[in-house]
Write a protein that binds this ligand. Structure first.
Ligand code: HEM
Length: 544
């Protein structure tokens, strides 16, 4: 029955979209036809005059203005046709591009993208930095872009990317397809296979250790203290530790690196779309330059430690890791030292930048929805009993999985992705030129199509299988999130380990609705004035 409802909803939305586009096409055609007709009607008397020669003097006098008028009409028709191809603000002597670029700088990428999709529909043409940019939230078009090989590049100011070390290095914003193709397999190897197998145990252990350190409990499932926690700092420390244990494995000062990662992320977000002129004033952006350099230096130091460890080791460690593979690739001349440093930096920041905020939103949703918490905790208890969660449990934790999906749909952190067209193409009937920037507005797509209760946080939205094309929190295709499987396992490991021991509450009446957020490169709490906090109460006390 529900399946039918879903099918019907999906079919209905598809039907509506195709109907809408058909109606639009028909409207454009009718308009062209009507104008063509008018042109014909207007040209008729002139033609008659010219051919019959009944009133030749009048005809020759009327010809010039008539041709002029026809010319004007022709230009008018062409302009209308152009406007009809891609909805969006008009060019208007260059004022349109200025306003849309200003809006992106002022509101942030995420907010500006939502603004334009809201105003003009699911496919919109705007300008960023004077370059044509499409903002897309229609699933058919989003999937087209994600799956095609000629959209494997991203966009962003080159000087900004140079400043943060991402220009033609690393993977996340590497816009040189051949270097990106060489680098991605190292990430793919580390984030799947044996690495993925070890992830759950590492996540559980790291979460347990951090809870113990912070809340003074012991490493069994019984805990004794209620505490108020700077939740984002706490989650960042856990996700960084997990990444270090999986990919680098050298001792580090977590607190210091977490703070450097935060400043690096702010720099990335602030500089990414800035105009070239901004970089001419060194004194303005030198604090950003320093923030980027600080993290790069810290990673360089960690890599030196790793190299020393490798040199001193009698035999290669039993399990090689991401950093070891990269160091060997550098020794064999396959990767540059700069690329190795940037790749290690990126694998270390990927978790703290995305998962810590995602898990924070999930804990807030749990605190706000006791009935959902009850369901989740019952399932965890049923599947794991008194022991820690194991790999074989993962497929049984269906409610936990649906909860994670619904949280990422309802309150996403990464809610868009940026691409560039490397070839001319046609997307959903719209011609797209090589070099066009593309923003895939995934967050909006998840609230626009398919789901039964799109604007509500409701586990029913995932009660039945959701076809991939309607739900893409990690993207798909050749440039999708290479960490998507590991991210799901990490989130399950952290959540289950925490929820087994603690009940979480929001602090001082904070809710997701009244929390101040930034919506630029990602959607995250604004931490400039105060840090979000949550209270952790041991489950045995909360239920007593
Ligand atoms: C909640 C967690 C996460 C979310 C929602 C997320 C989401 C995304 C999205 C939407 C993209 C862009 C995909 C596209 O353009 O189609 C991406 C890229 C990427 N993600 Fe994730 N991600 C998460 C966690 C992780 C983790 C834990 C890692 C690694 C440890 C990771 C590594 C990457 C990398 C390296 C890229 C760039 C891939 C490329 O450009 O080839 N992500 N992620």
């Amino acid at each position: 029955m529900k399946q039918n409802i879903f099918r019907t909803a999906g079919a209905r939305s598809r039907k509506e979209y195709s109907l809408k586009s058909q109606t639009k096409a028909a409207y454009v055609e009718m308009r062209q036809f009507a104008l063509g007709d008018t042109l014909l009607q207007m040209s008729k008397p002139a033609r008659q005059n010219l051919t019959t020669g009944v009133v030749p003097e009048m005809g020759s006098r009327a010809t010039a203005p008539l041709l002029f008028f026809l010319g004007l009409l022709f230009i008018f028709v062409k302009t209308l046709q152009k406007k009809a191809t891609l909805p969006g603000p008009s060019f208007c002597l260059g004022i349109g591009p200025l306003i849309s670029y200003g809006r992106f700088l002022w509101m942030g990428i995420g907010s500006a993208s939502n603004y334009y999709n809201e105003k003009y529909g699911q496919i919109v043409r705007v300008w960023i930095h004077g370059e044509e940019t499409l903002i897309i939230s229609r699933s058919s078009a989003v999937n087209h872009v994600m799956r095609k090989a000629h959209y494997i590049s991203r966009f962003g100011n080159k000087q900004a990317l140079k400043c943060i070390g991402m220009n033609e290095n690393g993977i996340i914003f590497n816009n040189n397809p051949s270097i990106w193709k060489m680098t991605r397999p190292y990430f793919a190897k580390a984030l799947t296979g044996p690495g993925l197998q070890r992830t759950l145990a590492v996540s559980v252990e790291s979460t347990r250790n951090h809870l113990d350190k912070l809340l003074g409990s012991n490493s069994t499932t019984t805990t004794s203290t209620t505490a108020c926690v700077d939740i984002l700092l706490f989650l960042r420390a856990i996700t960084l530790d997990i990444s270090n244990r999986l990919f680098l494995r050298v001792p580090m000062h977590e607190g210091q690196i977490v703070s450097k990662i935060q400043k690096y992320f702010d720099t990335w977000q602030t500089l990414l779309l800035k105009p070239d002129i901004f970089f001419k004033f060194k004194w303005i952006y030198k604090k950003y330059e320093k923030a980027a350099q600080d993290l790069q230096d810290a990673v360089e130091e960690l890599l030196l430690k790793k190299q020393q460890e490798l040199q001193e080791a009698e035999k290669l460690q039993d399990i090689t890791d991401f950093a070891t593979d990269l160091i060997f690739a550098q020794t064999h001349g396959k990767l540059t030292a700069e690329n190795v440093r940037q790749s290690v930096l990126e694998i270390l920041i990927a978790g703290p930048d995305t998962m810590s905020v995602s898990i924070f939103f999930m804990l807030m949703l749990i605190a706000q929805h006791p009935e959902v918490e009850k369901k989740i905790v019952e399932e965890i208890q049923e599947v794991t009993g008194e022991r820690e969660v194991q790999n074989s449990d993962l497929q049984l934790l269906k409610t936990v999985e649906n909860f994670i999906y619904e949280s990422m749909r309802y309150q996403p952190v990464v809610d868009f992705t940026m691409r560039k067209a490397l070839k001319d193409d046609v997307i959903d009937g719209y011609p797209v030129k090589k070099g066009t920037n593309i923003i895939l507005n995934l967050g909006r797509m998840h609230k626009d199509e398919f789901f039964l209760k799109p604007n509500e946080f409701n586990l029913e939205n995932f009660a039945q299988n959701v076809p991939h094309r309607y739900f893409q929190p990690f993207g798909c295709g050749p440039r999708s999130c290479v960490g998507k499987y590991i991210a799901m396992v990490m989130m399950k490991g952290i959540l289950v380990t925490m929820l087994k021991r603690y009940r979480v509450h929001s602090h001082n009446g904070t809710t997701l609705e009244n929390l101040k957020n930034n919506h630029d490169l990602s959607y995250h709490p604004n931490e400039s004035n105060s840090l979000p906090r949550m209270t952790f109460t041991p489950r045995n006390q909360a239920e007593a």
